[in-house]
Design a protein around this ligand. Sequence first.
Ligand code: ADP
Ligand code: MG
Length: 676
Amino acid sequence: MLNLESNIKFIKGVGEKRAELFYSLGIFDVDSLLRFYPRKYEDWTNTKTVSQVNDGDHITIKATMITPVKEHRIKRSMTLYKCRFSDGESIINVTIFNNKYLAQALRIYEDYVLFGKIDKSLTSASMSSPKIEKLDTGVCIHPIYPANGKLTSNAIAKVIKTALNNLDEIPDTLSNDIKTKYNLISLDSAIRQIHIPKSEEESYKARKRLIFEELLTLQLGLLKLKSTKKDETAFVISHDFTDEFKKLLPYRLTNAQQNAIGECIKDMQGRYPMGRLLQGDVGSGKTAVAAGILYTAIKNGYQTALMAPTEILAVQHYEGLLKTLQTTGITIRLLTGSTKAKEKREIKAALIDGEIDLLIGTHAIIQNDVAFSKLGLVITDEQHRFGVKQRASLAEKGHGIHTLVMSATPIPRTLGLILYGDLDISILDEHPPGRQEIRTDVVDSRYHGRIYKFIKDAADRGEQSYIICPMVEESEEMLHVKSAQQLAEELSETVFKGYSVGLLHGKMKPKEKDNIMKAFSLGDIKILVATTVVEVGVDVPNATIMVIENAERFGLSQLHQLRGRIGRGNKKSFCVLVSDSKNEASLNRLRIMKNNSDGFKIADADLKARGPGDFFGERQHGLPKLKIADMLEDIEILHLAQSCAMDILKEDYNLNLEKNQYLCDAITKMFRDINY
Ligand code: ADP
Ligand code: MG
């Protein structure tokens, strides 16, 4: 007998060698085997005879083999096997390509089921490479698994069947109350029916149960990761210093900015800690909102922290805020991965002594050995780049501290529910005035001559340009870097001879990146050739041109983020998307960029064009990988799972009750494998 923990090599018919193939699919024990769900099903139950179907139909036919297999060797790599079947009325000529294993297994006068497309003429019927199974096991719903080369879907199905036949009832993760309330079948039935459904109805019920369980596990795990929002805060803000703050700015805050600041301050005046998400398109001025809130918190005597996802952005925030707050006597320090050990020690000491009012940095500031004396507010910029767990660990730095997360990525409501279910939301739906619309054009590479002339003319006027290099697969980051290096070199020796060309890519040391960005913002570098490292947040108002090579390789939201780097000053700005793609769909996506400047609209279009995968890229959000649920498709079950999760925690916050033990294990398992 097997149990869930049994290694799959102990399943009959697997053994050491095949086990290796399963390992490569991430299947190690019976449990992970059973959780390897079918991608889809083929329904072989609706059998027909040749006379009942039309030419070209996809059909299932019960038939008897009536001639032996004849082998025809066409060339070295191609052998055809031909034989005939009869369905009792008609003869079907069957051709099998190359599949010697199948051809040899067929026996004359035996009964089979054939599944595939039929070619029918007045006088004959034939099937080319149909799937063939024995009659007694074939007429059923066949699961199709995501197979990999050596391990076919059929082979996986067989092993799963064997495992299920040698397994006692699978213990349930959900209590009877929950199953009754949400009308769910048992885990044991669900697992058996997802692999071997007797009807569509059965597979539907199995899916529903498994999706519910997966989303419930996810939601419970996330809720437990989240900060202890319910605790009262000790960091109550008594005075609002926004009017004083406004005098520090060279411009007037937009109404949207003022409202957002007001909402945050109102939160911080309450009894519970603020937990808020600030959503605003690129360029909507989130930094000023952050600064305003930080100012009031600091003036009320609290320490504060501002976290950015990259070093470049942290440095930029540091320099910007130093400037804005220079006359206020507020002490600001920068702590990143490249801060020298000695300075780090000094900063840490000053933090504990409460001498630092505002600490800006990368996630280096949430490392365990950084302690504050009275941290009251933490702001996280470009939140979508942080893992959920990082946010939670920051919240643990202080009990009941206020948190604000800022994001330029419009987040579909569903994902918001998962990631930010406990947060209130403020939206900046207004851009600062005086902004120029960015003109966007889609061109092919024949235009390079004109583009380069355009860039030179801009440089002669004192304006600056970005050239973003073609994207390559993530696994080939080095290639990406190389292409950027090559392009920078080539351009600076040819068309841009005499102009200062800079290079920026992800593999450079933080210090180098920093120097390049500085030179670019000072205008010493006129033309910056870069990879997507500039995507997040950098602010150089004098940059007016952005050229994106092979634009079809980028996601729309990413293009929008990149484009957000220009048009930040008062000069007319231009974005040129270069693509030689002939693919209509790709070009249409680029045209969406040309015709839209609203990030939310673009994100919507992107979501439709590419599907949810990119939004829910689990690595980007720090979410565990889901096996069966799809957060966009399964929104209704998600709602149920969310309310169920709340109920469970209300009754048993620490999941100590006997009936919640299997769920508790499931959570541990789901979250165990993520690296934050
Ligand atoms: P994002 O929301 O993308 O982070 P930033 O905070 O970087 O946007 O702001 C973009 C630019 O707009 C900055 O150069 C900033 O100084 C400027 N800015 C912000 N608020 C205003 C305002 N109310 N009026 C004019 N300019 C503003
Ligand atoms: Mg920003």
